[in-house]
Design a protein around this ligand. Structure first.
Ligand SMILES: C[S@@+](CC[C@H](N)C(=O)[O-])C[C@H]1O[C@@H](n2cnc3c(N)ncnc32)[C@H](O)[C@@H]1O
Length: 211
């Protein structure tokens, strides 16, 4: 993807609203690893998934500053909820301040803690799950969330091409690359789901839970 093509795409899709633009900008100004934020294109795609699926309940693992949670909440149907889990309590106030200012913020329930501990305690069933937390633990997250996804529901897993390291860097044995590879290899042969990898940004895997 060239910079020109990226610009072209961003000027030919729905714009991000002022609040999301400010959130993106302030994430870059005030937080470490701002690249983690979903941003304009992925945010519109997440909203579009919701428009197509009409989910009532969404679960997100890895809130960060809340950009993707807000985009998911925008696409929810009336009465729907986004449950989102973030382990880093230092960004909680920043994130909540954007939820508080958004017209869809009241559709978001933020849990602070480790997704591996919180997910098993959730009693709900979800129509859509967005996995976007620690890359080392993707397979663990997948096993934890799959029983909570309704049959016919969708799991989206972000960053599954991991900057291309899954193919271009066979000697890279860092824990995050290994975690993503283990997840990709496992789901590739998991008959409980149908799956496809979209080469969007850093790779987005879509998994459909078979009824
Ligand atoms: C890639 S960022 C999420 C970006 C966000 N979804 C967005 O699109 O703007 C990953 C986040 O997952 C959080 N995280 C890492 N391990 C976690 C865990 N075990 N439970 C919950 N959150 C976790 C990190 O602190 C970080 O904020």
């Amino acid at each position: 993807m060239t910079r020109e093509l990226e610009e072209y795409i961003l000027t030919h899709i729905d714009p991000e609203d002022e609040l999301l633009a400010a959130l993106d900008r302030n994430t870059h100004l005030y937080h470490l690893r701002p690249r983690m934020v979903s941003g304009h294109l992925q945010g519109r795609i997440l909203k579009m998934f919701c428009r197509m699926m009409r989910p009532h309940r969404i679960l997100e693992l890895g809130t960060f500053t809340g950009y993707s949670a807000l985009c998911l909440a925008e696409g929810l149907c009336e009465g729907g909820e986004v449950h989102t889990i973030e382990i880093d309590d230092e960004i909680e106030d920043f994130t909540r301040s954007y939820f508080d200012r958004s017209p869809v913020g009241d559709r978001i329930k933020l849990y602070i803690g480790d997704a591996c501990e919180i997910v098993p305690s959730l009693a709900d069933t979800y129509d859509l799950v967005f996995i976007d937390a620690n890359k080392r633990d993707y397979l663990k997250y997948y096993e934890l969330v799959l029983p909570k996804v309704r049959p016919g529901g969708i799991i989206l897993a972000d960053n599954t091409l991991w900057d291309g390291k899954v193919v271009t860097d066979p000697h890279s044995r860092d824990a995050q690359t290994v975690g993503i590879e283990r997840f990709n290899d496992f789901v590739a042969t998991d008959n409980r789901v149908e799956k496809v990898i979209l080469p969007l940004r850093d790779g987005l895997t879509i998994l459909w839970k078979k009824p």
